[in-house]
Design a binder for this molecule. Structure first.
Ligand SMILES: Cc1cc2nc3c(=O)[nH]c(=O)nc-3n(C[C@H](O)[C@H](O)[C@H](O)COP(=O)(O)OP(=O)(O)OC[C@H]3O[C@@H](n4cnc5c(N)ncnc54)[C@H](O)[C@@H]3O)c2cc1C
Length: 677
């Protein structure tokens, strides 16, 4: 039987849900919860407005078909399933594609300054894996504009009172309480394994505290920092996901890591040059003669190899990212045709990304944000000179396994408590930290969409879950929370004390560099089983050496050394999930490419990788999952739901390969020719 009040605990306290993460996914979840009058505690490691979503550049997909090309949500679904090499369950994609136009219109109404056409309509640009203009954008700072718009909405809820069942305001209780600079440490589980809150640490005072909650939503983003250098922010270590994985949450498709084709090579970080550069007509090339030492501006058209256009005449520079990255990798690594460094005489791992044929005022109105980044970090004017780029780790298709419930149309059943639930009841995941929507390869501009759509699905899902709870977390014995706090306090003190009296200790930053170098070199674009065995050995070695870490900081406040040590320990855990998943999967699919197993193998591998933690250094890959939610026992397997778009071979060599089946025709290719002009 459900509890008497959804607002008050039996002890008269206001019941809350915790959302961890203030990126797009977290903020959208908060908004939906507040609309359902559910009070929220919002925790974030960084100020919400500095969440990594702020870095997103190119845009957000929605098949609005403003340009009359025949695009539709059905085509969007088709192309997302196809682009993801049929590893994504299709009902969530259907829900997302159908909701997308409404999401973009909602964001427009919230005040996002989207670019517009001269007639005043929303403008849409092309992105990878489609021939349609489907990507709404705000210059090249779309993520920032979206994040600030949602942040404004959440701030409104921060000022609004919680109301009781009769609509009467409860003094002193605001709908949203925000806790910035708090690091999520672990979930609090009750005796039946249900999540009833979390423990977090205030990164200013280092206080460790539990947050009792009717449900916890993790919207904690990606894990690219496992690879050392990536296009992601340095806080994207995946620590929260790794932590609940060690508490029994399933981690799915970890081996699918997206490597973006075009980033600025850098010693500290790899800064992205968004796909929008190619969407607006940017062309990738290398000199035909690998010893050509001329300045790129002096190399005439006939002496350039636009290899993506040559290999993929239909999609050209806008093939999906996995394909473009592999082509660049092949050109540089296997053929040695990267740009010649005239000083060293060596061909570098770099190719040209060229926008110099486009009008400067056009580029300023559409791409100023990213071109400014290039100029700042590369020191060259990209309006006048081709940029030098190379692939970089960018996105994690894998993440915490989350469930969904289908409706009769094959989409998501709105408000089902199963949507976005992990296999730990009461624990939800959304955004880049979940595994849904993108299968083996994410199409560009689909992530901002999946974050916002995911939030719109998760809010109502959590509200239903909470409504059916027999009692609030606040009515459980306080000892459950004290025990969890004590466990985390001891772990933290353990980190501070580790090896303090020893010499010959290890430095966590240096170990992280070794992990990153190994993962980046051996576990990204091309994978080989013997090498992956070595990666796993290296992770085992690092596990051992991590026991010898001496915390580089003993400060009682803002102790980032201790925090990094904790994150590093968690990165090691996820690195194993990624590497072991890659080692197991003997096929090539989307971003996972093994030259020794060149083809996709649907008979054996059209299945979700489900990883379960089985103690230090041990991952068990299971075929089935079961959990109980709302008194119902749910059984799930690793089978992928491909009931809406029949799997077929991916052939981007053919124009319209992804969409032709859905539309029966291709969009007007003249638009592409015009772009090249
Ligand atoms: C450079 C770049 C450009 C991109 N451009 C695009 C684009 O144009 N279009 C597109 O669709 N996608 C793009 N992406 C991908 C997209 O930006 C991300 O996938 C998306 O923003 C992730 O949002 P999120 O809400 O899941 O997580 P994030 O925005 O990463 O937010 C995570 C939140 O969790 C919090 N958090 C994390 N760990 C903890 C912890 N331990 N404790 C407490 N809080 C924690 C953080 O503080 C933060 O608030 C881009 C990615 C990069 C790297």
């Amino acid at each position: 039987m459900a509890a008497k009040s959804t607002i008050y605990s039996e002890g008269g306290k206001v019941r809350r849900v915790v959302v961890v993460g203030g990126g797009l996914a977290g903020l959208m979840t908060v908004i939906k919860l507040c609309e359902a009058k559910v009070p929220v505690d919002l925790l974030s490691l960084v100020p919400v407005k500095r969440s990594h979503s702020v870095c997103a550049q190119g845009g957000i997909n929605a098949s609005v078909n403003t340009k009359g090309e025949g695009d539709s949500p059905q085509v969007h679904l088709e192309e997302t399933a196809y682009g993801g090499d049929f590893l994504a369950d299709q009902p969530p994609i259907k829900g997302m594609a159908e909701a997308a136009p409404g999401i973009v219109f909602m964001l427009d109404r919230m005040g996002v300054p989207f670019n517009r056409t001269p007639e005043g309509l929303l403008d849409f640009r092309r992105f990878g894996g489609t021939l349609f203009h489907r990507t709404a954008f705000a210059g090249a700072t779309t993520g920032q504009q979206l994040l600030y718009a949602l942040d404004e909405q959440v701030r409104r809820f921060e000022t609004m009172d919680v109301t009781d069942e009769h609509g009467v305001a409860i003094p002193g209780e605001k709908l949203v309480r925000k806790f910035e600079f708090w690091d999520f440490l672990s979930a609090v589980l009750d005796d039946s394994g249900t999540c009833v809150g979390c423990v977090a640490q205030d990164m200013k005072t280092m206080q460790i505290k539990s947050f009792p909650a009717d449900a916890v939503v993790l919207a904690t983003g990606g894990n690219g920092i496992i690879f050392g250098r990536a296009t992601l922010s340095v806080i994207c270590t995946g620590t929260a996901a790794a932590s609940v994985y060690q508490q029994g949450a399933c981690y799915a498709n970890g081996e699918f890591i997206q490597v973006h084709p075009t980033a600025i090579p850098g010693a500290d970080k790899l800064r992205l040059i968004s796909e929008s550069a190619r969407g607006e007509g940017g062309r990738v090339w290398v000199p035909k003669d690998k010893k050509d030492a001329r300045h790129p501006r002096e190399i005439p058209e006939k002496d350039r190899d636009y290899f993506l256009e040559r290999m993929y005449p239909g999609y050209g520079n806008l093939v999906p990212r996995d394909i473009a990255s592999r082509a660049i990798f092949k050109t540089c690594f296997h053929e040695g045709r990267g740009i010649l460094n005239s000083k060293t005489g060596k061909n570098e791992n770099e190719v040209y990304l060229d926008l110099t044929h486009k009008d400067e005022s056009f580029l300023r109105s559409k791409l100023a944000g990213i071109l400014e980044i290039y100029e700042k970090f590369a020191g060259t004017d990209p309006y006048k000179n081709p940029m030098k780029v190379f692939p970089a780790v960018h996105y994690s298709m894998g993440g915490l396994w989350v469930d969904y419930e289908k409706d009769a149309r094959g989409s998501l059943k709105t408000g089902s408590p199963r949507n976005h639930s992990t296999n730990i009841a009461g624990l939800y995941a959304v955004g880049e930290s979940d595994f849904a929507y993108h299968g083996a390869n994410r199409l560009g501009a689909n992530s901002l969409l999946s974050c916002i759509y995911g939030g719109m699905a998760t809010g109502p899902s959590v509200a239903t879950y909470r409504k059916n709870l027999e009692k609030s977390a606040l009515d459980l014995p306080r000892s459950i929370f004290e025990k969890a706090e004590k466990r985390e306090q001891e772990k933290y003190e353990g980190i501070l004390k580790m090896n303090q009296d020893k010499s010959n200790t290890e430095n966590p930053y240096r170990l992280h560099q070794e992990l990153g170098d190994t993962m980046l070199r051996d576990c990204t674009i091309e994978r080989d089983n013997k090498t992956l065995d070595k990666v796993l050995e290296k992770i085992t070695e690092l596990d051992e050496r991590a026991k010898n870490i001496k915390c580089p900081d003993d400060s009682p406040r803002t102790n980032q050394g201790a925090q990094f040590t904790r994150h590093f320990q968690n990165m090691l855990v996820l690195a194993r999930v990624v590497a072991q998943g890659a080692r197991n999967r003997d096929e090539s699919r989307g971003a996972h490419y093994k030259p020794a197993f060149e083809k996709r193998n649907d008979a054996d591998w059209m299945r979700t990788t489900l990883a379960m933690h089985k103690g230090v250094g041990k991952v068990e890959y299971v075929r089935q999952l079961s959990y109980t939610i709302g008194g119902k026992s749910i059984e799930r397997t690793d089978a992928v739901d491909v009931s809406l778009v029949a799997p077929r071979e991916r052939k981007y060599e053919q124009a319209g390969a992804a969409s032709a089946a859905a539309t029966g025709k291709l969009p007007d290719n003249k638009t592409q020719d015009a772009q090249k002009a």
